[in-house]
Design a binder for this molecule. Structure first.
Ligand SMILES: Nc1nc2c(ncn2[C@@H]2O[C@H](COP(=O)(O)OP(=O)(O)OP(=O)(O)O)[C@@H](O)[C@H]2O)c(=O)[nH]1
Ligand SMILES: [Mg+2]
Length: 268
C-alpha cells in the first residue's frame, strides 16, 4: 500500500524490480538515475557487495507528477536476486504497489527465471497479495545477447495473461524508461482508487463531478532528453549512497526509517 501523507499531500508509490540474480534490476535503476534531471530524483541508494551484487535492496526515489493536488513519488526498489537472499526479497515486497519482473533472456537461465517467478508468487502470498491482482509488467532483458529465450516462450510460461512486456537491453538503456512507463500506467490508477476512491463515496453530486474532473497529470518521470540506444554501456559517474549494516534486523529498520524519512521530507 502506498505511503500517503494527507498533511504534506505526498504520495509514495512503491515499485519493486524483481527477478533472478544478474538479470539487470540494478542496471535499470542506474540508467533511470543517470537519465533523470537531478530535480526529479533523489540519490540512488545501493546496498551491494564489492562485486556490485545487491545485498538487500536499491532505492531510487523519483518525482512523478500529481494525482489531484497530491505530489506523487515513485520509490523504485530492487531485490537481491541471489538465491540465498530469499528473506530480503520478501521484506522488500512489503507494501509494493507494482512489480517489474526483470527476466534474463539467456537460454540457460530459463529455469532460474521460472523458479524466481514462483518465489515472487510465494513471497507476495506471505504478504497476502495475489500475484494476479497486483500491477505487474515483464521486462525480457539482455536482448542484445545471442542464444535468447523466444519472447513467445517467455509469454507462454510467465505471462499467460499477456500483461505488458518489454524486450530490453537495460545495459544500453533500451526499454528501461518504457518499462517504467508501463508499470506506472498500471500502478498509479490502482493506488489512486485505493486512496481516493473510497473518500468519494457520500460526496454531493456536484463535488463528485468536480473530483471526477481531477486528472492524473504526468504520471511518468520525464527523461532529460530522448532515450537513445547507445553503442557503449553507460557508466556515468553516479552519486550513490552505500549503507553499512550489521544484521538483517538492522537492514529492515533502515528500510523502515528510509521510507518514513522519505515521506516526511517530500514536501517540495
Ligand atoms: N549484455 C547485457 N548485460 C546486461 C544487461 N543488463 C544488465 N547487464 C549486466 O548484467 C550484470 C548484472 O546486472 P545487475 O543490474 O547488477 O543485476 P541484478 O539483477 O541487480 O543482480 P543482483 O543484484 O545480484 O540480483 C552486470 O554486469 C550488467 O552490466 C543487458 O541488457 N545486456
Ligand atoms: Mg542488483
Amino acid at each position: 500500500m502506498a505511503f500517503v501523507n494527507y498533511v504534506t499531500k505526498n504520495l509514495a508509490v512503491k515499485i519493486v524490480y524483481y527477478g533472478p540474480g544478474l538479470s539487470g534490476k540494478t542496471t535499470n535503476l542506474r540508467y533511470i538515475y543517470s537519465k533523470l534531471d537531478p530535480d526529479s530524483r533523489a540519490d540512488l541508494i545501493c546496498l551491494e557487495t564489492d562485486t556490485e551484487r545487491t545485498i538487500f535492496f536499491d532505492l531510487l526515489p523519483v518525482k512523478a507528477g500529481l494525482i489531484g493536488d497530491f505530489k506523487v513519488h515513485f520509490q523504485l526498489m530492487t531485490v537481491p536476486g541471489q538465491v540465498f537472499y530469499e528473506a530480503s526479497r520478501k521484506s522488500v515486497l512489503k507494501g509494493a504497489d507494482g512489480i517489474v519482473f526483470v527476466a534474463d533472456s539467456q537460454v540457460p537461465l530459463l529455469d532460474a527465471n521460472l523458479e524466481n517467478f514462483d518465489g515472487l508468487r510465494r513471497n507476495l502470498l506471505e504478504h497476502n497479495i495475489d500475484l494476479n491482482f497486483i500491477p505487474l509488467v515483464f521486462q525480457y532483458n539482455k536482448r542484445d545477447l545471442d542464444n535468447l529465450i523466444p519472447v513467445e516462450t517467455f509469454n507462454n510460461l510467465l505471462n499467460p495473461r499477456r500483461l505488458p512486456y518489454i524486450e530490453s537491453a537495460a545495459i544500453y538503456g533500451q526499454g528501461v524508461i518504457e518499462t517504467l512507463k508501463e508499470i506506472s500506467k498500471l500502478a498509479v490508477p490502482v493506488v489512486r482508487e485505493k486512496i481516493f476512491g473510497k473518500k468519494r463515496e457520500g460526496v454531493r453530486p456536484e463535488e463528485k463531478e468536480k473530483k471526477e474532473a481531477e486528472k492524473i497529470e504526468v504520471v511518468e518521470p520525464v527523461p532529460k532528453k530522448e532515450v537513445e540506444l547507445v553503442t557503449e554501456p553507460e557508466r556515468s559517474p553516479l552519486r550513490l549512497t552505500k549503507i553499512k549494516f550489521k544484521s538483517q534486523k538492522d537492514i529492515e529498520e533502515e528500510l523502515e526509517k528510509l521510507a518514513k524519512e522519505f515521506t516526511a521530507n517530500s514536501k517540495d
